[in-house]
Design a protein. Structure first.
Length: 165
């Protein structure tokens, strides 16, 4: 398993704390640098609350510029390895909406793992790493509030959806 570095997670944690109570989002490049994306979910919600019923406190959407930078990274040696976002006050799990955003025709749009940061009342609790296996995202690792690797889930089958590790 290719773990994320504590330094990268610390940058993500700072971003999540600054954005709280909104969801923070971004990605991590192969060299470990963190790109902090702009969550435009509130703008989308204001323009069309029927299509975008959620606000930034419960959803994220990266800007078009952010998506272009993400797309272009795959044409370089410093490609994105992880996409991250925070879950304010609800725990680190890969939601149905997260799955919907990450897939196209039941396949991942990007060949990356996903990090979901659990932040409660502005304080980082943990991060879970998700990988697409067979036909679903499963939790493969947990990191503590200091950015250190805690444990991993042995992938034995798709039945092992993210549980409390």
């Amino acid at each position: 398993m290719n773990k994320i570095s504590p330094n990268s997670l610390k940058e993500i944690y700072k971003h999540a704390i600054r954005q709280y109570p909104s969801e923070a989002c971004g990605f991590v490049f192969n060299d470990g640098s963190v790109y902090k994306a702009t969550n435009i979910q509130n703008e989308l919600h204001q323009k069309n609350p029927i299509i975008y019923p959620r606000k930034s406190t419960e959803a994220y959407s990266m800007s078009l510029l952010d998506i272009k930078i993400l797309d272009n990274s795959f044409k370089t040696n410093n490609y994105a390895r992880f996409i991250y976002h925070s879950h304010p006050d609800v725990g680190a799990y890969f939601s149905d909406e997260d799955t919907e955003k990450a897939l196209f025709m039941k396949k991942p749009i990007y060949d990356v793992n996903h990090l979901v940061v659990d932040i409660k009342k502005g304080k980082i609790i943990e991060t879970k790493e998700f990988s697409f296996v067979d036909d679903s995202f499963i939790c493969i690792a947990t990191y503590d509030s200091n950015g250190f690797y805690v444990n991993s889930l042995e992938i034995q089958s798709k039945e092992h959806l993210c549980q409390k590790l």
